[in-house]
Every structure is written in C-alpha cells, then in structure tokens.
Write a protein that binds this ligand. Structure first.
Ligand code: B12
Length: 427
C-alpha cells in the first residue's frame, strides 16, 4: 500500500514539480527507500523522517508526500507522530559533542542502509563513524567561519575522492541526509543550510573539486620533473633541477612553477586514486631534499632589519607552503624563524617573543585547523598587539574573505606576493 502511495506521489507530483538536472533521479532514490522500508516495516517511521529531511534539503515541500497518504495510512504505519516530533528520543543527542553526533548519525545511517551495503556491519560502521567525524569537523569549522563556501568546497573534494574509489555521489548525498536528520535536533542545527547547499551542488552536478579538476603540471619543466620522480629516478630529478638553474631559471619560478605545481599535481593524482600514499610521500621527500639543497641560493645578502616567525598551526602537517613563504621572505632580507609542521600555540607565542617578531606568518591546509588560527590570533593580539599577522594556505585560497572574517591582518595566495603584502602591513 505504501508503495502505491509513494509511486503516485513520485510520478504525478514530485517529478512534475521540480526540474532537477543531470542524472539525479529522485524516483530511484525514493524507490530504493520504499524497497528497504518494505523489507523492514519497523523502520518505516525512520525512513519517513529521513525522507522528510531529503525533501527539505532539495526544496520539495514534504506535504507533496504526506498529503497523498491518508491520515489512516499514516496512523497505520505509525508515522504521523514521528514526522511531527522528529525522531524517537533515542536519536535525540543528549549532548551535541562531535562524538555523540557522529555516533547517532552512524546509528541511523547503518540502521537504514546496512542492507544495501556490500561491507560487513562492523566494517561499514567503522567507515561511517570515521566519515561522520570528518564531515562534522569540516561542518563545524565552516559554520564557525561563517563560510558555506568552505563546506561546499570540502564536499566537492569528498565527492571527487569517493568517486575515484567507486563510491557514488548518491551514496554521499544519502549520508549527508543522515547527518542532516541528526543535526536538525542538535545545537548544530544551523548547519542545515550548509548541508542543503552541498546536496544541491551535488545533485546539480556542479560540485567541482578545486584540487583535482585540472592538471597542475602545465609546463614542460614540471612535467619532466614529476615524471622523473614518479619513475623513482630521484637522482636524475635532482640533476634536472640543477640543470634548470644552470640554464638560468629564477629560483622563485622554480619553487612555484616546478615544486609547488608538482606538489599540487601529486595531490590531484592521490585524490583521483591514481597514485599511492607511498608514491606521494616518496616524491614529497625528494622535493624537500631538493629544496634543502638550494638553501644557499635562498640566503639574502642584504638584511632588511625585519623579523618573521613562519609556522604551521596545531597538528597541521602540510609544511612546504609555509617553508616556501619563509624562503621567499628570507630572499628579500627578512630574518626568518621557520618552524614547520605540528607547532603548539605556546611555542608560537614563545617564538614571537624570542625573535622580537614584526610579522607572524601562519599556514593552514586543513579547514578544521582554522579554529587554532583564531585562538592564536586572539592571543597574539592580546599579548603582542604590534605584531602583524598574515595567513595563507588552502582554505584561504578557497574563501577569499576568510582571512578577514577570522581577524588576520593580511593574506596572500602564494609566496610570490607575500613580501609586498607583508611590507605594506608593517611599514
Ligand atoms: C604533501 C601532502 C601531504 C603530506 C605533507 C608532508 C609535508 N611535510 O608537508 C602528508 C602526507 C603529511 C599529508 C597528509 C594529509 N593530507 Co595532504 N597533501 C599533500 C599535497 C599533495 C601537497 C601539499 C604541498 O606540499 N603543497 C605545496 C605548497 C607549496 O602549496 P600550499 O600549501 O598551497 O602553499 C602555497 C600557498 O597556499 C601559500 N601559503 C601557504 N601557507 C601560507 C601562509 C602564509 C602566511 C601566506 C601568506 C601564504 C601561504 O603560499 C604557498 C607557496 O606559494 C596536497 C595537495 C595540494 N593541493 O596541496 C595534499 C592535500 C592538502 N592533503 C589532503 C589530505 C586530505 C590530507 C590528509 C587528511 C590525508 C589523510 N587521510 O590522512 C592528511 C592530513 C594531515 C594533517 N593533519 O595535516 C588534501 C586536502 C583536501 C581538503 N579538502 O582538505 C589535499 C589537497 C590532497 C588532495 N588533492 O586531496 N599531505
């Protein structure tokens, strides 16, 4: 009976009401749900609650579904109260801590979708909890940074990475709807707009991963260097770099057009599941060696009397960007105190004091680390109000307003501009 109702709704109302683009097919999505619900009627209220969230996310009035089902029908399936109140109390998180939410999301999602999973329950559970925590991390930071863009960018990245592993966009959408269903009842409910924007982007086929949609090795030099590294010819790769310098390639151009481009390309290939973590690590290590080899070329002859502390924040491990920033400032005469990855906040404060810094350069790649940047900015403004703070890295490339929103003094998209911006801040 429920199947008939749903099919009528799907065919006659929902489908004609909305013009959804591309390959997203609400009929098959709801059809799948109907099949699952038929297999286990006990879960019907939950499927309906989940479906209500799905409809809301894509902007279809849920009445389109419920109006078609008579009150007796709803009562028969005991779903009216559930729809009115949301989920049963067992699903209402007692606290909104990330772990609790992740557990609740996993519980609901597994209950609803375990039967169509090819993984065993413990395996599915492990993946789901891990993914729920990651998505919530990015969601929370995007909300706190008031940036829907950061979250949609992240979901576009996740979609590309999952697709490369053979996991469909629909699977990701389903999971986002399960997250929506749980956070709607938590104090993270202002994340709903973020989820809805991401779901719409995925459905419209507009989710483009900034880190994998185009190749980053556009020049012969970067292609040649990366090819040598990927074929394990690290000595030849180093010789090639020395040749480029002999031929007169400017050091800054080498760092950006060859080293940075190859790093971005390695990320793209990893995201698309075309190289392994081992290959990325090998190539990254070789490039770090080559950068170290060029240290003498980075040293400045004429100090400008300014001092900078350059560092990653918290548990951030992506250190090459800030290293290049530091090297370029060194070349312009700055006294640099570069600290690399994994630096606790108190050590950053210590380094500012120790070096009598004029500038603090903070680098972030992972969006969840923005929280730490905000904390550092707070402490530095409080204790060293004369020190200027520049930020940079992946999230700042994605959302150009972010630096301002979190209270930094400046930003630069690449190491090329960093000296000009820094001097404009401190002079
Ligand atoms: C190498 C690498 C790693 C290495 C880092 C090793 C090291 N010693 O640095 C390792 C293996 C540790 C790593 C780990 C991870 N990584 Co990683 N990694 C990369 C990779 C391939 C290259 C990074 C790099 O060297 N970039 C080159 C530098 C030069 O570029 P840059 O950082 O953008 O810096 C420039 C500008 O942004 C700017 N800038 C940067 N900082 C600053 C600061 C200031 C003040 C200013 C003004 C400017 C500025 O100037 C720089 C120079 O021009 C990137 C791909 C990519 N697109 O970056 C992925 C990438 C960043 N990693 C990614 C991921 C997912 C991870 C992991 C979560 C994977 C995992 N599941 O464990 C972990 C997280 C670890 C952690 N806690 O930080 C994703 C991030 C996706 C996302 N949406 O968040 C990426 C984009 C890969 C991808 N395409 O999917 N990674």
């Amino acid at each position: 009976m429920i199947e008939t109702y749903l099919n009528e709704v799907i065919n006659e109302r929902v489908k004609s009401h909305i013009s959804l683009k591309n390959n997203w097919n609400i009929t098959s999505e709801i059809g799948m749900l109907v099949d699952l619900a038929n297999e286990n009627e006990m879960l019907l209220p939950r499927y309906f609650y989940w479906l209500k969230n799905y409809f809301e996310a894509v902007g279809i009035p849920f009445e389109y579904l419920t109006e078609e089902i008579s009150n007796e029908g709803l009562a028969h399936f005991q779903i009216k109260n559930t729809l009115l109140k949301g989920l049963n109390s067992e699903y209402i998180p007692s606290t909104s801590s990330r772990n609790t939410l992740a557990t609740q999301i996993s519980k609901l999602h597994i209950e609803l979708f375990q039967t169509i999973e090819k993984h065993s329950k413990p395996q599915f559970e492990a993946y789901i909890i891990n993914d729920a925590e990651k998505h919530l991390d990015f969601l929370e930071q995007s909300i706190q940074s008031d940036s829907i863009l950061l979250f949609t960018e992240y979901i576009a990245w996740a979609n590309a990475a999952l697709t490369a592993l053979g996991i469909s966009t629909n699977t990701l959408i389903r999971f986002l709807i399960s997250i929506r269903s749980i956070i709607a009842q938590s104090n993270l409910h202002n994340g709903i707009d973020y989820i809805d924007s991401a779901v719409k982007l995925l459905i419209d086929g507009n989710a483009v991963s900034a880190t994998s949609s185009i190749s980053f090795t556009q020049t012969i030099e970067s292609q040649t260097y990366l090819k040598l590294l990927l074929s394990k010819q690290k000595i030849q790769a180093t010789q090639y770099i020395l040749e480029l310098i002999d031929q007169g390639m400017e050091i800054k151009k080498l760092f950006i057009d060859v080293f940075q481009a190859c790093q971005y390309e390695l990320g793209r290939l990893w995201e698309l599941n075309q190289i392994t973590v081992a290959q990325e690590h090998f190539c990254t290590a070789a490039t770090q060696n080559n950068m170290a080899m060029l240290t003498a070329k980075v040293m400045s002859q004429t100090p400008n009397g300014k001092s900078v502390v350059a560092t990653c924040v918290g548990t951030e491990q992506h250190e090459i960007g800030i290293r290049i920033v530091s090297d370029f400032l060194e070349m312009e005469g700055w006294n640099t105190y570069y600290m690399g990855a994994n630096v606790p906040t108190h050590s950053i404060l210590w380094a500012i004091e120790e070096n009598n810094a004029d500038l603090l350069a903070l680098s972030v790649t992972l969006t969840p680390h923005i929280k730490t940047v905000k904390e550092i900015i707070y402490h530095v403004k409080d204790q060293y109000p004369e020190v200027k703070i520049m930020v940079g890295g992946y999230p700042f490339l994605r959302d150009p307003e972010l630096w301002h929103k979190i209270g930094a003094d400046g930003v630069a998209a690449s190491a090329i501009e960093v000296n000009d911006v820094a001097l404009s801040l401190i002079e």
